[in-house]
Write a protein that binds this ligand. Structure first.
Ligand code: HEC
Length: 129
């Protein structure tokens, strides 16, 4: 995803409005971002990350650049924009119609506890430092 700032503020706003016009469900962004920050053990999170997430997102979260089939979630360009609530909700529920399945409940790729997911978030945050 290269930057597109050359399009200018008005064009980018228009694209956002167009994308939002496809929305079929209510926008939960404010509620998701208002969730509390993650607290946990980065060392445990690293083990989960290396065992499960790195398969698609790459060992250092480099994503496609490292040959992964998932996005670059270890990069500052991602981590500096998203809230812990956003990461938590994505990991719990997954993304419909993508290879990112949820990681909680019996239908999940793995049934991680809420604490285990927070451990992963705390670990991810160490990658952008
Ligand atoms: C089977 C491959 C696969 C596995 C395993 C996987 N992911 Fe993903 N993940 C993806 C893909 C593909 C996307 C992009 C989905 C999309 O197109 O919206 C994604 C998206 C995400 C996003 C949102 C990123 C963004 O750019 O918005 C987060 C956060 C995430 N994954 C975290 C994790 C974590 C944490 C784990 C381990 C518990 C994990 N993923 C395991 C494939 C995977």
């Amino acid at each position: 995803m290269p930057p597109f700032s050359h399009l200018g503020r008005d064009s980018i706003k228009a694209i956002v409005v167009y994308l939002r016009s496809h929305e079929k469900l209510p926008n939960h962004a404010a509620k998701v971002d208002a969730q509390p920050d993650a607290h946990g053990a980065p060392r445990l999170g690293e083990q989960w990350y290396d065992n499960i997430c790195s398969t698609c997102h790459g060992m250092a979260g480099d994503g496609y650049a490292a040959g992964g089939t998932g996005t670059a979630i270890g990069k500052p360009g991602f981590l500096h924009k998203v809230s812990d609530g956003f990461i938590r909700t994505t990991v719990k529920n997954g993304r419909s119609n993508t290879r990112m399945r949820g990681f909680q409940g019996p239908a999940g790729l793995a049934n991680l506890s809420s604490q285990e997911i927070d451990d992963i978030i705390v670990y991810l945050r160490t990658l952008s430092k």
